[in-house]
Design a protein around this ligand. Structure first.
Ligand SMILES: [Zn+2]
Length: 243
């Protein structure tokens, strides 16, 4: 079984792997490989590596992956911060399960500042931008959008009873708890089927983040992609979503 462990830098992916593996399991971790290959130097960050070390590490890592995916009856854990959508689907074709380790941007930024080279903070911000979370939480805070703790709790409840693969009302595509399995690679949002502006009191279903925001107050529901995909028309594909 191949497990691909993804998440922002300093999320705790290595720690997660250590806690979830047995003595016969394999962990493919770029940083550990690099540290094994580099000559030890006192007092230097173990997350910064020379150009030559990086090149050799990359080759060693790829060789390890190529061999690992051919092994049966061995549990392999591959740490990969931000695989491309193509690479993720390749991993899935090998039957991989994808685990996201993400303790939240505040914690990750704090750790990155304390433990990583300063450039890493930009990488963390980019990870959250690319994964559909606002880089500055204050900017699009839930409170500003008129929501509150009750709404957050309701979303948590809806997620707890959510069956992966349930189709999204707006686009008709499957919805997943794992953000990276969704067409917009973002976490699901709780939606009011009767818009709040029209008297809807409680969020009663989940939608893809992008779909929830496209839907607005529901006045264009009859134009939603799920019913626009009538037979004879080319259906929307994941490619359409990846911009
Ligand atoms: Zn959708």
């Amino acid at each position: 079984m191949l497990t691909v462990v993804i998440g922002p830098p300093a999320a705790g992916k290595s720690t997660w792997c250590r806690e979830h593996t047995g003595p016969d399991d394999i962990i493919i971790d770029y940083d550990l490989l690099a540290n094994a290959l580099a000559a030890p130097r006192e007092g230097e960050s173990k997350h910064e590596h020379a150009k030559g070390v990086k090149a050799v590490t990359k080759a060693a890592r790829q060789a390890a992956i190529d061999k690992a995916i051919t092994l049966r009856d061995v549990d392999v854990y591959l740490i990969h911060s931000t695989p491309s959508a193509q690479l993720l689907s390749k991993y899935r074709n090998y039957g991989a399960r994808i685990v996201t380790v993400d303790p939240g941007m505040d914690i990750v930024m704090e750790r990155a500042k304390a433990e990583r080279p300063w450039q890493m903070q930009q990488v963390v911000k980019k990870w959250y931008r690319d994964n559909g979370m606002p880089a500055k939480p204050g900017k699009v805070s839930p409170r500003k959008r008129g929501l509150d703790t009750k709404h957050d709790n309701q979303r948590t409840h809806l997620l707890s009873i959510h069956l992966d693969g349930t189709l999204c009302f707006w686009c008709g595509k499957p919805m997943y708890r794992d953000p990276l399995r969704n067409p917009d690679r973002a976490p699901l949002e709780a939606d009011h089927s009767t818009a709040r502006s029209l008297g809807g009191k409680i969020a009663d279903r989940l939608l893809h983040m992008r779909c929830n925001r496209s839907r607005g107050d529901g006045r264009r529901d009859h134009l939603r992609p799920a019913i626009a995909n009538t037979p004879g028309q080319e259906p929307l594909t994941t490619r359409d979503w990846l911009d």
